[in-house]
Design a protein around this ligand. Structure first.
Ligand SMILES: Nc1ncnc2c1ncn2[C@@H]1O[C@H](COP(=O)(O)OP(=O)(O)OP(=O)(O)O)[C@@H](O)[C@H]1O
Ligand SMILES: [Mg+2]
Length: 315
C-alpha cells in the first residue's frame, strides 16, 4: 500500500472491519469488512435500504457502531485532529441549512477546517458555483447546486480522503461527467475516494474498486475487472445441451439462461477449445462483463437476497 500524496499520513485510507449497526432487532449494517485504498475510487454500491448511508455515517462518527470498527487514516474519525482537514464528507446534501447562503455555509466549514476566505473562493470555483450563486440562500438551490456546495464543503479542508454519499444524485449528465473527472483527479493525486450509489452504471464508470452491499451485507467486492470477470462467459450455440455437457465434463459450471444462451465459469478461450474438440458450432461467445454484474445487482433487490446473495463473489 503506497503512501498518499505529499503531506499524507501512513495508512491513508478507510478501513472497515466487522462493522455492524443494529436498530432494535433489525440489522442495518451486518458485519461488513473492506478497505478503500489511496489512489483509487471505491464504489459502494447497493440498492435502496442496503445500509450504505448507515455505514458511511459510522465512518465519520455520526452513528455509533453496534460492533466492529471504522478507521480513517488509521484512527476512528472522531480521534482525528481537525477531522475535516483529513476527511471530506458529504452525506446528505439536502440537510444543509436553508437560510444560509452558499458562501456562508462554506465560510463555516472553512472555519471548522482552519481554512480561510481564499479557500472558500477556490472551493466554489472548483465545484463550478459562481460568486453570484454563492450569495443565494441554500433553500433556493436546486438539488444539483446543493450537491456542488456539499462537495465544496467536503473539499475545503484539502483532505486526503473523501466519503461521499450518492454525490451524483440530482446532477445532470454534464454535472455527472464533471464530478467523475474531479473525483478521478483527486484519486490520481493519491487521495482516497469512497462514494456510494444505487446505480450500477454510475459506479461502473467512475470506480476502480467495488464493494457491493445488499441488506446490510457485502455480497461482492474486488476490483472492477475482477467483478466483471466473475460474471463468466456467455455462449450461444445450436447445440447448447451438448456444449453444456462438454463444459461440465471439463469441470466448469453451466447455467442455461432464459435468453437462449448459456453462462459458464469457463473463459472464452476454454469454451472455444472445448467446442472445437467436440466439433460443436458456436455462434456467439463473449464475457458477461457488465451484464453479469448487473444480474448480481438485480438479485440483491429480490426479497430473499440476504439468503441467496450472501454467497456472492468473495474478495
Ligand atoms: N436511525 C434508524 N433507525 C431505524 N432504522 C434505520 C435507521 N437508520 C437507517 N435505518 C434502516 O437501515 C436500513 C439501511 O438504511 P440506509 O439509509 O443505510 O440505506 P441506503 O443503502 O443508504 O439506502 P438508499 O439507497 O435508499 O439511500 C434501512 O432499512 C433503514 O430504514
Ligand atoms: Mg442512503
Amino acid at each position: 500500500m503506497s503512501r498518499a500524496r505529499p503531506g499524507g499520513e501512513p495508512g491513508d485510507m478507510i478501513q472497515i472491519e466487522n462493522l455492524t449497526r443494529r436498530y432494535g432487532g433489525f440489522t442495518a449494517v451486518d458485519d461488513i469488512t473492506f478497505t478503500a485504498r489511496p489512489g483509487r475510487v471505491t464504489g459502494f454500491l447497493g440498492p435502496n435500504g442496503a445500509g450504505k448511508s448507515t455505514a458511511m455515517r459510522m465512518m465519520v462518527g455520526l452513528t455509533t457502531p453496534s460492533s466492529g470498527t471504522a478507521l480513517v487514516l488509521g484512527r476512528p474519525y472522531r480521534a482525528l485532529p481537525t477531522p475535516t482537514r483529513h476527511v471530506g464528507a458529504m452525506l446528505d446534501a439536502t440537510a444543509q441549512h436553508a437560510g444560509r447562503t452558499g458562501r456562508e455555509t462554506l465560510n463555516l466549514a472553512a472555519v471548522m477546517a482552519g481554512r480561510g476566505r481564499r479557500d472558500v473562493d477556490a472551493a466554489l470555483e472548483r465545484v463550478g458555483l459562481t460568486s453570484r450563486e454563492a450569495e443565494r440562500r441554500v433553500g433556493n438551490y436546486s438539488l444539483g447546486m446543493r450537491q456542488r456546495l456539499g462537495l465544496a464543503g467536503a473539499l475545503i479542508g484539502d483532505p486526503q480522503v473523501l466519503v461521499l454519499d450518492e454525490p451524483a444524485n440530482g446532477l445532470d449528465p454534464a454535472g455527472i461527467r464533471w464530478m467523475r473527472g474531479l473525483l478521478r483527479d483527486f484519486a490520481a493525486e493519491g487521495g482516497t475516494v469512497l462514494l456510494s450509489s444505487h446505480l450500477l452504471h454510475e459506479v461502473e464508470q467512475i470506480a476502480q474498486d467495488l464493494v457491493m452491499i445488499g441488506r446490510g451485507r457485502i455480497v461482492a467486492q474486488g476490483t472492477k475487472e475482477e467483478l466483471l470477470q466473475a460474471g463468466g462467459t456467455l455462449v450461444r450455440s445450436p447445440d447448447l445441451a451438448g456444449l453444456g455437457t462438454a463444459l461440465e465434463r471439463d469441470g466448469h459450471e453451466v447455467t442455461l439462461r432464459a435468453e437462449g444462451d448459456l453462462r459458464t465459469t469457463a473463459t472464452a478461450e476454454e469454451v472455444a477449445r472445448l467446442a472445437l474438440a467436440a466439433q460443436l458450432l458456436v455462434t456467439e461467445l463473449r464475457t458477461a462483463g457488465g451484464s453479469g454484474l448487473e444480474e448480481m445487482f438485480l438479485q440483491l433487490t429480490a426479497a430473499d437476497a440476504r439468503e441467496t446473495g450472501a454467497e456472492g463473489v468473495a474478495a
